[in-house]
Design a protein around this ligand. Structure first.
Ligand code: BG6
Length: 454
């Protein structure tokens, strides 16, 4: 290969994120021919040896092909306290070639590890890859960015948002910018409203340690859903090079804020009570082990935002995500305005035209009205739809490819991470002040009924 060799140093190697998401993504990336010349070094506080780590890597790789198996067999593990400079120095010295430090750690530990790295310094061209949440508000996001950029320049920092590695999310780009027929309609002349919804049937899944201090707004809306919003609303970039693509996203996000500047009227929070989803009986969120019910952490968050640009001014965007919701909805739905008029003599159930981009499963649907069967002067709604297969790589494989190839296109830029906090902060403040009641919904239901759209 042409690659001079590099080492992926995973801090938090024995953790859940590494096993469930990072390593499976890496295995697939390797077997697709990516990550040429990569060595894998795991580090953590667990007293593991190379063999134990290799077994973990192989297990997470699933059924690896030849390239992934080679990397697993050569993987090394070092026990280390990654908040200590001396330990980090030992880890950096054990890396060959360029170093990619992946912080698969809770945010507070990541911050300490970064502070230690700043003291000891890192080799030239080192990349840092961090997981959300990038801070807990705009001020802490700024502080984290200051710290990170004292270690390496912004271009070498990868803030991972795995939704940007989802093939259907990326499909928004092809749909919008490689067709003649949608883009001219995507503006406030023709669009009535947009919904970006990610309702999951999963509950807490033993993640109280993280989730109970985050909640749905931080976990999903501030991060993933705002990235989808940016892809849906940005102007066409001349290329998908990192600076063009990320500039376009940053522009629309800077123009985005809570609808009417009214976080009380245009946000909603709710928490699931006990209920059944399929054959699973879920306890109330408040009764889950590790949850402090008095924190009032929401498991469903909703907010309406405006994208105040020439193109989108006046169009409400509703962002919503809930856990333990019975009917899965993971989609962006663009609802068009009514036609200027329908010729007299054509009657029947007209519904608005809708373009639905489904994220799981990956599909596209266009709802239109036609004359249909039966009486030719009575309209019938039909849906033109198509489901397509997943991408070659799972989302983590796709984002890891960017990190390893030194291409930050799919990474969240520092200023954008701060902007996304600025967008949700008024809502967080209103919730903290108890200005918005915490509603209930039974697990397995479709969540609070009424809608927030203005
Ligand atoms: C993660 C959130 O970032 O995304 C989880 O922390 C959520 O709470 C998950 O379940 C959803 O992503 P995916 O790819 O599993 O659908």
């Amino acid at each position: 290969g042409t690659n001079p060799g590099q080492t992926l140093l995973i801090l938090g190697a024995s953790g859940d994120l590494t096993a469930r998401l990072l390593l499976p993504g890496l295995g697939r990336l390797l077997d697709s021919g990516g990550a040429d010349g990569l060595a894998l070094l795991g580090a953590g506080t667990d007293d593991w040896d190379d063999e134990r780590w290799r077994a973990r890597v192989r297990e997470s790789f699933g059924t690896p092909g030849e390239r992934a198996a080679q990397v697993a067999d050569a993987a090394r593990y070092l026990r280390a306290d990654v908040t200590h400079g001396a330990d980090l120095k030992r880890l950096l010295d054990a890396c060959q070639g360029e170093v990619i430090v992946f912080f698969a750690l809770p945010p507070s530990v990541t911050a300490k590890a970064c502070a230690a790295l700043r003291e000891i310094g890192v080799p030239a061209r080192t990349r840092l890859a961090c997981e959300k949440p990038f801070g807990v508000d705009a001020a802490s996001a700024t502080a984290l960015n200051d710290l990170l950029t004292q270690i390496v320049p912004e271009a070498q920092i990868h803030r991972v948002d795995h939704f940007l590695g989802k093939s259907t999310v990326l499909n928004i780009l092809g749909l919008r910018f490689a067709n003649r027929i949608f883009e001219p309609l995507l503006n406030n002349v023709h669009v009535a409203s947009v919904d970006i919804v990610f309702d999951e049937d999963l509950g807490l899944e033993s993640r109280a340690g993280y989730y109970d201090s985050a909640g749905a707004l931080m976990d999903m809306v501030q991060s993933h859903l705002l990235q989808i919003l940016a892809l849906l609303t940005m102007d066409a970039p001349p290329s998908l090079h990192a600076h063009e693509f990320r500039d376009r996203k940053a522009q629309v996000l800077r123009a985005t804020s809570v609808w009417n500047d009214d976080p009380v009227g245009f946000s909603r929070r709710a928490r699931y009570t006990a209920g059944r989803i399929g054959d699973r009986q879920l306890p109330a969120y408040a009764d889950e082990p590790g949850v402090d019910a008095a924190r009032h952490t929401e498991t469903l968050a909703e907010m309406v935002v405006a994208v105040d640009t020439w193109r989108w001014a006046g169009v409400p965007f509703r962002l919503r995500s809930g856990k333990a919701v019975g009917n899965l909805r993971k989609e962006a739905v663009i609802t068009f305005r009514e036609p200027p008029r329908t010729p007299l003599g054509l009657t029947g159930p007209e519904r608005p035209d809708r373009l639905r981009i489904g994220f799981t499963p990956d599909r596209l649907d266009l709802d239109v009205n036609i004359n249909g069967p039966g009486d030719p002067f009575v309209l019938d709604p039909v849906t033109l739809g198509s489901e397509f297969g997943p991408g070659d790589l799972p989302p983590y494989g796709e984002v890891l490819r960017g990190v390893i190839d030194d291409d930050p296109t799919l990474s969240v830029r520092g200023d954008t991470a701060e902007t996304c906090w600025r967008i949700v902060e008024p809502v967080l403040a209103a919730w903290r002040a108890d200005d918005v009641p915490l509603q209930d919904y039974p697990a397995g239901s479709s969540g609070p009924k009424d809608t927030l759209l203005p």
